[in-house]
Design a protein around this ligand. Structure first.
Ligand SMILES: CC(C)(COP(=O)(O)OP(=O)(O)OC[C@H]1O[C@@H](n2cnc3c(N)ncnc32)[C@H](O)[C@@H]1OP(=O)(O)O)[C@@H](O)C(=O)NCCC(=O)NCCS
Length: 211
């Protein structure tokens, strides 16, 4: 049986929440990107969004001076994406003034997203991992996907990404198939009888995973 309980450390520090990216937390965001760099991300083979942020913004400027430009660039993606890309909305998972993670929702699928990328991508800063944040962040983001008209979201993860697979399955993800090294799951964006923790339950502290 799965146990869910209030996390002492989280309740002391405040409730994590999903917000729109903001330059107000730019320093915290830049510190998080430094954590990704420290764990080896941002190399030529890192074809994730975080890899792009590191190569195209963080590695080119000092401190957090690049964050405003990055947010402006990424913000345009919501209504006016680059050619061959689909519109994408980004949210941050934050606790007070501390940036923890990000999640992006692609408004529709193209062929590449249908095969590999999926509707939703996310990551959590290394120092905030293994506390249930990604599971809760996805739970909080699914209603936003529903608002965009996505009834079930395709979410993929690498075959060996145990943590991401659990995040998906904890949110009701149903495995469909494997394409290359990617596993593909469909996740309902509206609660259907308790497949995933409800956001309000999470915020009230009744359904947090034991740390
Ligand atoms: C994947 C990722 C987002 C998970 O974030 P997180 O906040 O640590 O996830 P959670 O704390 O919600 O953990 C979810 C589950 O994975 C487990 N888990 C977390 N990290 C793990 C690890 N390194 N190895 C094994 N299990 C792990 C947790 O114990 C939890 O399992 P449980 O539900 O049985 O308790 C984070 O590791 C990350 O940002 N990784 C790099 C980017 C990435 O892989 N993004 C996803 C692309 S598909």
């Amino acid at each position: 049986m799965r146990l869910w309980t209030r996390s002492a450390s989280l309740s002391v520090m405040g409730m994590p929440e999903l917000i729109r990216p903001t330059v107000r937390l730019g320093e915290s965001f830049a510190e998080a990107i430094d954590e990704f760099i420290a764990e080896g991300r941002g190399g030529p083979d890192d074809n994730s969004l975080t890899g792009d942020i590191i190569r195209n913004f963080a590695n080119r400027r000092e401190g957090s001076t690049w964050v405003a430009d990055f947010l402006e660039f990424e913000g345009r993606w919501e209504t006016d994406p680059p050619e061959y890309f689909v519109p994408m909305s980004v949210y941050w998972w934050v606790e007070g003034d501390r940036y923890l993670g990000r999640i992006s929702i692609r408004h529709r699928l193209n062929q590449q997203l249908s095969d590999i990328g999926g509707h939703i991508g996310y990551d959590m800063r290394p120092s905030a991992r293994r506390r249930g944040h990604a599971t809760a962040m996805l739970a909080a983001a699914l209603p936003r996907a529903a608002e965009l008209g996505i009834d079930r979201a395709l979410i993929t993860c690498d075959r060996d990404n145990v943590a991401s697979r659990k995040v998906i399955e904890r949110n009701g993800g149903v495995y469909e198939d494997r394409r290359g090294k990617k596993l593909r799951f469909w996740v309902p964006t509206r609660p259907r009888g308790g497949g995933r923790p409800d956001r309000q339950e999470w915020l009230s502290g009744e359904t947090r995973p034991v740390l």
